[in-house]
Write a protein of this length. Sequence first.
Length: 237
Amino acid sequence: MSFFEAIDITKHFGGLAAVNDLGFEVRQGEIFGLIGPNGSGKTTVFNLINGYYPLTGGNILFEGRQINGLPTWKICKLGIGRTFQVVKPLRRMTVLENVTASAFNHTGDLKVAKAKAEEVLDFCRLGHKKDFLASGLTIGDRKRLEIARSLATSPKLLLLDETMAGLTPQEQGEGVELIRKVRDSGVTIIIVEHIMRVIMNLCDRIMCISYGMKLAEGLPEEVANNQDVVEAYLGKE
């Protein structure tokens, strides 16, 4: 039984096929990279996985169970969490309150949710800012808070959507360290990222897509040296 599998998934928006018969598997415990040029369908794939968009065709299996057709909240309860490209914390709430809200995914008890939130914030090295308003955080800390909010839902599979965008090289290095720490804690990861240095250093395997279709899949160095991938990014000339 595969941990996660997308089987010939397709998504049409009117006459446009944003994702077209795309299939891939993710093994438990790995970091799987999803790359491709702008507009290639990467975020749409995430939106299909977590149920934000319904599939036009195909199936998505998580731990042997078909999850397409389920509402997003139920998919989250099953153990799939995600972050977003544009982070939107609850700005008038504190860092701790933001993460506590996510922890209610698995409990209705405020005390339990708050304890979970504090544990996650310490894990993400944000515990010292738990009483800060989210609106006052730097972009680096907002990205870290986004990861903390997703971890508070207790995911088995975490979808990370461009968590390094807008960060300084030092912050990127700290982000890579945190993502590895998340994986080492037992969470499987699918990551969308444009910064190739990050992807190459982090991922066990990579898949490149273009126009919603798979171009290549394999080890990072194999995909980086694939001529179709090079042409998709840089053009044939």
